[in-house]
Design a protein around this ligand. Sequence first.
Ligand code: CNA
Length: 326
Amino acid sequence: LSRVLRRREKLPQENTVDDAVRLLSTAKRIIVLSGAGISTSCGIPDFRSSTGLYAQLQAEGKYELDDPQQMFDISYFREHPEVFYSFAKQIYPSNFVPSPCHRWIKLLEDRGVLLRNYTQNIDTLESLAGVTNVLQCHGSFSTASCLRCKDRMPGSVIEPYIMSQRIPYCPKCRPQRDAEIAAIKAYRAQRRAKSKSKGKAKATWDDDETEDDDDDIPEWSGEPGIIKPDITFFGQALDSEFDECLFRDREQVDLLVIMGTSLKVAPVSEVLSHIPHSVPQIFINLTPVTHVKPDICLLGDADSIVTALSDRLGWSIPPPPHGDAA
Ligand code: CNA
Protein backbone atom coordinates (compact mmCIF):
# COMPACT_ATOMS: atom_id res chain seq x y z
CA LEU A 1 0.00 0.00 0.00
CA SER A 2 2.25 2.69 -1.28
CA ARG A 3 0.50 5.81 -0.13
CA VAL A 4 -2.61 6.55 1.80
CA LEU A 5 -4.36 9.84 1.39
CA ARG A 6 -7.15 11.67 3.12
CA ARG A 7 -10.32 10.63 4.82
CA ARG A 8 -13.30 12.38 6.36
CA GLU A 9 -14.35 12.81 9.97
CA LYS A 10 -16.70 9.84 9.85
CA LEU A 11 -13.66 7.56 10.24
CA PRO A 12 -11.67 7.53 13.46
CA GLN A 13 -8.27 9.20 13.30
CA GLU A 14 -6.17 6.09 13.10
CA ASN A 15 -4.24 4.16 10.49
CA THR A 16 -6.22 4.40 7.28
CA VAL A 17 -5.14 0.99 5.99
CA ASP A 18 -6.43 -0.44 9.23
CA ASP A 19 -9.69 1.38 8.59
CA ALA A 20 -9.94 -0.21 5.16
CA VAL A 21 -9.28 -3.65 6.63
CA ARG A 22 -11.84 -3.07 9.37
CA LEU A 23 -14.47 -1.85 6.93
CA LEU A 24 -13.90 -4.80 4.63
CA SER A 25 -14.07 -7.27 7.48
CA THR A 26 -17.45 -6.02 8.67
CA ALA A 27 -19.21 -4.93 5.47
CA LYS A 28 -22.08 -7.10 4.28
CA ARG A 29 -23.23 -5.34 1.11
CA ILE A 30 -20.32 -3.94 -0.87
CA ILE A 31 -20.59 -2.09 -4.16
CA VAL A 32 -17.42 -2.32 -6.22
CA LEU A 33 -17.12 0.38 -8.85
CA SER A 34 -14.34 -0.60 -11.23
CA GLY A 35 -12.59 0.87 -14.23
CA ALA A 36 -9.92 0.23 -16.82
CA GLY A 37 -7.13 0.28 -14.20
CA ILE A 38 -8.04 -3.20 -12.96
CA SER A 39 -7.37 -4.64 -16.42
CA THR A 40 -4.08 -2.91 -17.27
CA SER A 41 -2.12 -5.76 -15.67
CA CYS A 42 -3.89 -8.10 -18.12
CA GLY A 43 -2.29 -6.18 -20.97
CA ILE A 44 -5.30 -3.98 -21.81
CA PRO A 45 -4.38 -0.29 -21.83
CA ASP A 46 -6.68 2.12 -20.01
CA PHE A 47 -7.77 5.43 -21.55
CA ARG A 48 -6.10 8.17 -19.59
CA SER A 49 -2.76 6.87 -18.28
CA SER A 50 0.43 8.10 -19.93
CA THR A 51 0.62 4.73 -21.72
CA GLY A 52 -3.16 4.54 -22.24
CA LEU A 53 -5.16 4.40 -25.44
CA TYR A 54 -5.58 8.17 -25.72
CA ALA A 55 -1.83 8.71 -25.52
CA GLN A 56 -1.27 5.89 -28.01
CA LEU A 57 -3.80 7.30 -30.47
CA GLN A 58 -2.25 10.73 -30.15
CA ALA A 59 1.27 9.40 -30.65
CA GLU A 60 0.34 7.21 -33.62
CA GLY A 61 -1.54 10.11 -35.22
CA LYS A 62 -2.69 7.77 -37.98
CA TYR A 63 -6.42 8.28 -37.55
CA GLU A 64 -6.47 12.06 -38.01
CA LEU A 65 -8.72 12.58 -35.01
CA ASP A 66 -9.25 16.08 -33.60
CA ASP A 67 -9.21 14.46 -30.19
CA PRO A 68 -8.51 10.79 -29.29
CA GLN A 69 -11.86 10.64 -27.51
CA GLN A 70 -13.47 10.97 -30.97
CA MET A 71 -12.65 7.31 -31.55
CA PHE A 72 -15.48 6.52 -29.13
CA ASP A 73 -17.84 9.33 -30.09
CA ILE A 74 -21.17 8.25 -31.53
CA SER A 75 -21.53 11.20 -33.95
CA TYR A 76 -18.05 10.59 -35.33
CA PHE A 77 -18.76 6.86 -35.59
CA ARG A 78 -21.90 7.50 -37.64
CA GLU A 79 -19.88 9.59 -40.09
CA HIS A 80 -16.67 7.55 -40.10
CA PRO A 81 -17.37 3.96 -39.04
CA GLU A 82 -14.31 2.88 -41.02
CA VAL A 83 -12.06 4.65 -38.51
CA PHE A 84 -13.40 2.71 -35.54
CA TYR A 85 -13.37 -0.56 -37.47
CA SER A 86 -9.78 -0.09 -38.53
CA PHE A 87 -8.89 0.28 -34.84
CA ALA A 88 -11.37 -1.95 -32.94
CA LYS A 89 -9.21 -5.06 -33.32
CA GLN A 90 -6.78 -3.53 -30.82
CA ILE A 91 -9.34 -3.40 -28.03
CA TYR A 92 -11.28 -6.55 -28.86
CA PRO A 93 -11.22 -8.87 -25.84
CA SER A 94 -9.30 -12.00 -26.68
CA ASN A 95 -7.18 -14.37 -24.66
CA PHE A 96 -6.95 -12.11 -21.64
CA VAL A 97 -6.73 -13.64 -18.18
CA PRO A 98 -8.55 -11.98 -15.24
CA SER A 99 -6.30 -10.03 -12.88
CA PRO A 100 -6.09 -10.47 -9.10
CA CYS A 101 -8.53 -7.53 -8.90
CA HIS A 102 -11.19 -9.33 -10.96
CA ARG A 103 -10.66 -12.41 -8.82
CA TRP A 104 -10.84 -10.33 -5.65
CA ILE A 105 -14.30 -9.15 -6.72
CA LYS A 106 -15.19 -12.81 -7.24
CA LEU A 107 -13.87 -13.48 -3.73
CA LEU A 108 -16.25 -10.84 -2.32
CA GLU A 109 -19.08 -12.51 -4.19
CA ASP A 110 -18.10 -15.95 -2.91
CA ARG A 111 -18.06 -14.54 0.62
CA GLY A 112 -21.61 -13.30 0.05
CA VAL A 113 -20.76 -9.62 0.57
CA LEU A 114 -20.84 -8.28 -2.99
CA LEU A 115 -23.99 -6.25 -3.51
CA ARG A 116 -22.95 -5.52 -7.10
CA ASN A 117 -19.96 -4.81 -9.25
CA TYR A 118 -20.54 -1.75 -11.43
CA THR A 119 -17.88 -2.01 -14.06
CA GLN A 120 -17.10 0.57 -16.69
CA ASN A 121 -14.99 -2.00 -18.49
CA ILE A 122 -15.98 -3.60 -21.74
CA ASP A 123 -13.54 -6.49 -21.57
CA THR A 124 -15.93 -8.89 -19.73
CA LEU A 125 -13.07 -10.08 -17.51
CA GLU A 126 -15.28 -9.91 -14.40
CA SER A 127 -17.56 -12.50 -15.96
CA LEU A 128 -14.56 -14.57 -17.00
CA ALA A 129 -13.41 -14.49 -13.39
CA GLY A 130 -16.83 -15.92 -12.48
CA VAL A 131 -18.46 -12.77 -11.03
CA THR A 132 -22.19 -13.08 -11.70
CA ASN A 133 -23.50 -9.95 -10.02
CA VAL A 134 -21.81 -7.55 -12.39
CA LEU A 135 -23.38 -4.65 -14.28
CA GLN A 136 -21.42 -3.71 -17.38
CA CYS A 137 -22.37 -0.05 -17.28
CA HIS A 138 -20.73 0.69 -20.63
CA GLY A 139 -21.85 -2.51 -22.29
CA SER A 140 -19.51 -4.97 -23.93
CA PHE A 141 -18.58 -6.63 -27.20
CA SER A 142 -20.78 -9.60 -26.32
CA THR A 143 -23.66 -8.14 -28.33
CA ALA A 144 -23.93 -5.70 -31.23
CA SER A 145 -26.82 -3.71 -32.69
CA CYS A 146 -27.77 -2.11 -35.97
CA LEU A 147 -27.85 1.66 -35.66
CA ARG A 148 -30.85 1.82 -37.98
CA CYS A 149 -33.26 -1.01 -37.11
CA LYS A 150 -31.79 -1.59 -33.60
CA ASP A 151 -31.72 -5.32 -34.24
CA ARG A 152 -29.46 -6.89 -31.62
CA MET A 153 -27.23 -9.85 -32.39
CA PRO A 154 -24.45 -11.82 -30.71
CA GLY A 155 -21.10 -10.05 -30.84
CA SER A 156 -19.66 -13.10 -32.58
CA VAL A 157 -21.54 -12.00 -35.73
CA ILE A 158 -19.29 -8.97 -36.11
CA GLU A 159 -16.09 -10.50 -34.74
CA PRO A 160 -14.79 -11.50 -38.22
CA TYR A 161 -15.40 -7.93 -39.41
CA ILE A 162 -13.51 -6.47 -36.45
CA MET A 163 -10.62 -8.85 -37.03
CA SER A 164 -10.47 -8.09 -40.76
CA GLN A 165 -11.05 -4.38 -40.17
CA ARG A 166 -14.23 -4.19 -42.22
CA ILE A 167 -17.51 -2.44 -41.45
CA PRO A 168 -20.34 -4.85 -40.66
CA TYR A 169 -23.70 -3.97 -42.17
CA CYS A 170 -27.00 -5.13 -40.84
CA PRO A 171 -28.17 -8.33 -42.52
CA LYS A 172 -31.76 -7.14 -42.01
CA CYS A 173 -31.31 -3.60 -43.33
CA ARG A 174 -29.15 -4.51 -46.30
CA PRO A 175 -31.87 -6.53 -48.03
CA GLN A 176 -34.21 -3.60 -47.43
CA ARG A 177 -31.73 -1.33 -49.15
CA ASP A 178 -31.31 -3.84 -52.00
CA ALA A 179 -35.09 -3.95 -52.33
CA GLU A 180 -35.19 -0.12 -52.48
CA ILE A 181 -32.60 -0.10 -55.28
CA ALA A 182 -34.45 -2.84 -57.16
CA ALA A 183 -37.65 -0.75 -56.87
CA ILE A 184 -35.91 2.37 -58.26
CA LYS A 185 -34.48 0.38 -61.18
CA ALA A 186 -37.85 -1.20 -61.93
CA TYR A 187 -39.52 2.22 -61.86
CA ARG A 188 -36.94 3.68 -64.24
CA ALA A 189 -37.16 0.70 -66.59
CA GLN A 190 -40.91 1.16 -66.70
CA ARG A 191 -40.52 4.87 -67.42
CA ARG A 192 -37.99 4.19 -70.21
CA ALA A 193 -40.33 1.66 -71.76
CA LYS A 194 -43.20 4.16 -71.61
CA SER A 195 -41.04 6.90 -73.04
CA LYS A 196 -40.01 4.66 -75.96
CA SER A 197 -43.52 3.61 -76.71
CA LYS A 198 -44.68 7.26 -76.86
CA GLY A 199 -41.93 8.08 -79.37
CA LYS A 200 -39.65 11.11 -79.73
CA ALA A 201 -42.54 13.50 -80.31
CA LYS A 202 -43.27 13.44 -76.63
CA ALA A 203 -39.78 14.08 -75.47
CA THR A 204 -39.16 14.07 -71.75
CA TRP A 205 -36.11 14.97 -69.69
CA ASP A 206 -35.11 11.30 -69.47
CA ASP A 207 -35.36 10.59 -73.15
CA ASP A 208 -31.75 9.62 -73.47
CA GLU A 209 -31.61 7.70 -70.25
CA THR A 210 -30.20 4.20 -70.56
CA GLU A 211 -29.77 1.38 -68.08
CA ASP A 212 -26.22 2.59 -67.55
CA ASP A 213 -27.68 5.67 -65.92
CA ASP A 214 -28.76 3.51 -63.03
CA ASP A 215 -25.16 3.93 -61.97
CA ASP A 216 -26.23 7.23 -60.47
CA ILE A 217 -28.10 5.39 -57.73
CA PRO A 218 -26.00 6.09 -54.69
CA GLU A 219 -23.82 3.25 -53.56
CA TRP A 220 -24.63 1.60 -50.27
CA SER A 221 -23.14 4.19 -47.99
CA GLY A 222 -23.11 2.10 -44.87
CA GLU A 223 -25.20 4.63 -42.99
CA PRO A 224 -27.75 3.84 -41.78
CA GLY A 225 -27.55 0.11 -41.24
CA ILE A 226 -24.08 -0.07 -39.70
CA ILE A 227 -23.70 -2.51 -36.86
CA LYS A 228 -21.97 -1.22 -33.76
CA PRO A 229 -20.78 -3.31 -30.84
CA ASP A 230 -22.92 -2.59 -27.78
CA ILE A 231 -20.22 -0.65 -25.98
CA THR A 232 -21.39 2.78 -24.88
CA PHE A 233 -19.87 5.61 -26.88
CA PHE A 234 -19.65 9.21 -25.78
CA GLY A 235 -23.01 10.73 -26.67
CA GLN A 236 -24.95 7.54 -25.99
CA ALA A 237 -27.16 7.02 -22.96
CA LEU A 238 -26.52 4.20 -20.54
CA ASP A 239 -28.96 1.34 -20.35
CA SER A 240 -31.80 2.10 -17.92
CA GLU A 241 -30.65 -0.89 -15.87
CA PHE A 242 -27.88 1.33 -14.48
CA ASP A 243 -30.34 3.76 -12.86
CA GLU A 244 -32.63 0.97 -11.74
CA CYS A 245 -29.85 -0.96 -10.03
CA LEU A 246 -28.39 2.14 -8.42
CA PHE A 247 -31.81 3.20 -7.17
CA ARG A 248 -32.21 -0.16 -5.40
CA ASP A 249 -28.62 -0.62 -4.28
CA ARG A 250 -28.22 2.79 -2.68
CA GLU A 251 -30.68 1.71 -0.02
CA GLN A 252 -28.67 -1.38 0.88
CA VAL A 253 -24.99 -0.65 0.33
CA ASP A 254 -22.77 -0.43 3.40
CA LEU A 255 -19.37 0.03 1.71
CA LEU A 256 -18.27 1.45 -1.63
CA VAL A 257 -14.97 0.24 -3.09
CA ILE A 258 -13.78 2.14 -6.16
CA MET A 259 -10.93 0.59 -8.13
CA GLY A 260 -8.84 1.55 -11.16
CA THR A 261 -10.84 4.47 -12.45
CA SER A 262 -10.14 8.15 -13.04
CA LEU A 263 -13.83 8.85 -12.28
CA LYS A 264 -13.96 11.13 -15.31
CA VAL A 265 -16.81 9.51 -17.21
CA ALA A 266 -20.35 10.46 -16.18
CA PRO A 267 -22.80 9.19 -15.13
CA VAL A 268 -20.83 6.33 -13.56
CA SER A 269 -18.46 8.83 -11.95
CA GLU A 270 -21.49 10.30 -10.18
CA VAL A 271 -22.26 7.07 -8.32
CA LEU A 272 -20.41 8.50 -5.33
CA SER A 273 -22.86 11.34 -5.00
CA HIS A 274 -25.86 9.02 -5.28
CA ILE A 275 -24.75 6.79 -2.44
CA PRO A 276 -25.74 8.02 1.06
CA HIS A 277 -23.01 10.10 2.64
CA SER A 278 -22.87 7.76 5.62
CA VAL A 279 -21.55 4.91 3.46
CA PRO A 280 -17.74 4.77 3.65
CA GLN A 281 -15.72 4.79 0.44
CA ILE A 282 -12.38 3.14 -0.27
CA PHE A 283 -10.64 4.36 -3.43
CA ILE A 284 -7.88 2.14 -4.85
CA ASN A 285 -5.98 3.64 -7.78
CA LEU A 286 -2.55 4.27 -9.22
CA THR A 287 -3.11 8.01 -9.37
CA PRO A 288 -5.08 10.31 -7.07
CA VAL A 289 -8.27 12.08 -8.07
CA THR A 290 -8.78 15.70 -7.18
CA HIS A 291 -12.40 16.33 -8.17
CA VAL A 292 -13.86 13.97 -5.55
CA LYS A 293 -12.74 13.19 -2.03
CA PRO A 294 -13.20 9.53 -1.15
CA ASP A 295 -12.84 8.67 2.55
CA ILE A 296 -9.86 6.37 2.12
CA CYS A 297 -7.46 6.58 -0.81
CA LEU A 298 -5.07 3.66 -1.25
CA LEU A 299 -2.71 4.67 -4.01
CA GLY A 300 -0.66 2.16 -5.96
CA ASP A 301 -1.09 -0.88 -8.15
CA ALA A 302 -4.60 -2.22 -7.53
CA ASP A 303 -3.55 -5.89 -7.75
CA SER A 304 -0.91 -5.39 -5.07
CA ILE A 305 -3.31 -3.44 -2.89
CA VAL A 306 -6.13 -6.00 -2.95
CA THR A 307 -3.59 -8.75 -2.37
CA ALA A 308 -2.14 -6.90 0.65
CA LEU A 309 -5.62 -6.20 2.04
CA SER A 310 -6.59 -9.85 1.58
CA ASP A 311 -3.44 -10.98 3.38
CA ARG A 312 -4.37 -8.74 6.28
CA LEU A 313 -7.89 -10.12 6.28
CA GLY A 314 -6.78 -13.74 6.00
CA TRP A 315 -8.64 -14.04 2.70
CA SER A 316 -7.30 -15.94 -0.24
CA ILE A 317 -7.87 -14.65 -3.76
CA PRO A 318 -9.07 -17.47 -6.03
CA PRO A 319 -6.75 -18.62 -8.83
CA PRO A 320 -7.42 -17.60 -12.44
CA PRO A 321 -10.05 -19.70 -14.22
CA HIS A 322 -8.83 -22.80 -16.09
CA GLY A 323 -5.55 -22.71 -14.19
CA ASP A 324 -4.18 -19.84 -16.33
CA ALA A 325 -1.34 -17.87 -14.84
CA ALA A 326 -2.22 -14.21 -14.20
P1 CNA B 1 -9.36 5.81 -17.31
O1 CNA B 1 -9.95 7.16 -17.40
O2 CNA B 1 -8.37 5.43 -18.34
O3 CNA B 1 -8.72 5.67 -15.86
C1 CNA B 1 -8.03 4.52 -15.48
C2 CNA B 1 -7.46 4.77 -14.10
O4 CNA B 1 -6.87 3.57 -13.67
C3 CNA B 1 -6.39 5.85 -14.07
O5 CNA B 1 -6.69 6.78 -13.06
C4 CNA B 1 -5.10 5.09 -13.74
O6 CNA B 1 -4.25 5.81 -12.88
C5 CNA B 1 -5.63 3.87 -13.06
N1 CNA B 1 -4.77 2.70 -13.21
C6 CNA B 1 -4.11 2.27 -14.30
N2 CNA B 1 -3.42 1.15 -14.03
C7 CNA B 1 -3.67 0.86 -12.73
C8 CNA B 1 -3.24 -0.16 -11.85
N3 CNA B 1 -2.42 -1.15 -12.25
N4 CNA B 1 -3.69 -0.15 -10.59
C9 CNA B 1 -4.52 0.84 -10.15
N5 CNA B 1 -4.93 1.84 -10.92
C10 CNA B 1 -4.54 1.84 -12.21
O7 CNA B 1 -10.49 4.68 -17.34
P2 CNA B 1 -11.88 4.67 -16.60
O8 CNA B 1 -12.24 3.26 -16.43
O9 CNA B 1 -11.91 5.57 -15.44
O10 CNA B 1 -12.81 5.35 -17.70
C11 CNA B 1 -13.97 4.76 -18.14
C12 CNA B 1 -13.88 4.34 -19.58
C13 CNA B 1 -12.64 3.56 -19.89
C14 CNA B 1 -14.97 3.36 -19.86
O11 CNA B 1 -15.83 3.89 -20.80
C15 CNA B 1 -14.33 2.10 -20.40
O12 CNA B 1 -15.09 1.47 -21.37
C16 CNA B 1 -13.04 2.55 -20.92
N6 CNA B 1 -11.99 1.53 -21.09
C17 CNA B 1 -12.19 0.24 -20.74
C18 CNA B 1 -11.18 -0.68 -20.90
C19 CNA B 1 -11.42 -2.11 -20.53
O13 CNA B 1 -12.53 -2.61 -20.69
N7 CNA B 1 -10.42 -2.81 -20.01
C20 CNA B 1 -9.95 -0.29 -21.42
C21 CNA B 1 -9.78 1.06 -21.77
C22 CNA B 1 -10.81 1.96 -21.60
